[in-house]
Design a protein around this ligand. Structure first.
Ligand code: NAD
Length: 362
């Protein structure tokens, strides 16, 4: 087992562009493991981030992905008020054919060698079983099954955070956060979408649901008294809030031109196809956009709770804090006349910078 550790002051300009503290390349001949762990920032606490397993075409693409994703985790942890930094791991390989117990455990040994500066969780291409293997080699892993002391499915916590993100936007636009009579289109009725529909219906919101899985769509619509609609015609309908809970990039110039809603707030990752252009367009059109990385932080909150000692009540409370965090972002966006994503980034950066100062003053 060998690892090369590159400090951010090294020759690699990419690292300094993103401002990473450390990048570790993990290679092991016996298991075929090829992985990169990127620790972006640990000012607020240990860097947390999932490990993605993906058959990257080139090693450069894997490096680019891990640098980008780990930086995003720093912002996500910071804006949510958690004492965590940002990191990410990528394993180069096909999760269907290349994954073995030995490979995952070897990867776990690399994490152990980082002495707690990086904590991982499942991501695309990895799951609870892999986290169990990693746990056999290191305690610096979350998202292990409930049966061995983990926090289990994060989706209810994510849905709760999205729900409070929606309420914060509704308060901003209508002066009250009561959802009774408001109409919400929830796109995607999977793990998060279904829980969100339940929370919205409990507050007597009118809910439209769409999904490409017709069986699931019909079941969720019936269970919660929501109205199933055709996914392709979603933006032709009149509703107050669009909650994307399926795939990314559903917000783009084409869909924005069709949207009649006043609020976008959902769980999907990377909702804006072009972050800069689309967030500006939304600002100009007067549509309140709750930054995805802020209001879908329930999964991260769940992982944090697992490290801090799991309590369901405390976890749900932390998810409710997304309400105030969203209010702060909307306030800054309005006062500075900047897109909400930029407002969220600025708040996250300020928190990191403030804490860095107090830590360096001793
Ligand atoms: P999921 O796979 O359980 O559900 C996704 C649902 O979207 C499925 O029912 C699927 O059929 C549907 N879908 C797929 N393509 C669609 C399309 N084009 N139009 C309409 N519906 C479509 O996933 P999930 O765990 O509910 O997560 C939903 C989104 O939230 C994902 O983008 C995920 O990355 C993000 N997210 C989830 C969590 C979490 O805790 N699960 C945390 C943060 C972010």
């Amino acid at each position: 087992m060998s690892s090369i550790q590159l400090e951010s002051s090294s020759i690699f300009s990419q690292l300094s562009i993103f401002g990473h503290q450390k990048v570790v390349f993990c290679k092991d001949e016996d298991t075929g493991l090829k992985a990169i762990i990127a620790i972006h920032d640990t000012t607020l606490g240990p860097a947390i981030g999932g490990t993605r397993m993906w058959p990257y075409e080139t090693e450069a693409m894997a490096l680019k992905d891990v640098l980008r994703l780990s930086q995003a985790m720093t912002y996500k942890a910071a804006i949510t008020g958690l004492n965590l930094g940002g990191g990410k791991g990528v394993i180069i390989g096909d999760s269907r054919t290349d994954k073995t117990e030995a490979l995952m455990r070897r990867y776990g040994r690399f994490i152990e060698n980082l002495n707690g500066s990086f904590i991982t969780a499942e991501e695309v291409g990895t799951g609870p079983k892999d986290m169990e293997y990693i746990r056999m080699e290191t305690k610096y892993v979350t998202g292990v099954p409930e049966s061995i002391g983990g926090s289990g499915d994060p989706s209810p916590v994510t849905a709760k955070g999205v729900f409070f993100g929606i309420k914060a936007c509704v308060k901003e636009l209508y002066g009250t956060d009561n959802l009774a009579g408001r109409s919400v289109a929830v796109q995607g009725t999977g793990h998060v979408g279904e829980h969100l529909v339940g929370l919205l219906r409990d507050e007597n919101a009118k809910v439209y649901v769409s999904d490409i899985n017709e069986e699931r769509l019909a079941r969720v619509a019936k269970k919660y008294g929501a109205e199933a609609v055709n996914n392709n015609n979603l933006f032709d309908l009149d509703f107050d809030i669009y909650a994307p809970c399926a795939l990314g990039a559903t917000i783009n110039t084409e869909t924005i031109s069709r949207m009649k809603c006043g609020i976008i707030a959902g769980s999907a990752n990377n909702q804006l196809r072009d972050e800069k252009a689309d967030s500006q367009l939304l600002l100009e059109k007067g549509i309140l956009y709750a930054p995805d990385y802020l209001i879908n932080a329930g999964g991260l909150i769940n992982a944090y709770s697992e490290i801090a000692g799991y309590s369901k009540k405390r976890t749900m409370q932390l998810a409710e804090n997304i309400y105030e965090a969203t209010r702060e972002v909307l306030k800054k966006s309005k006062s500075d006349q900047i897109p909400t994503v930029l407002a969220a980034n600025a708040i996250a950066e300020k928190r990191i910078s403030d804490i860095r100062k107090i830590k360096s003053s001793f």
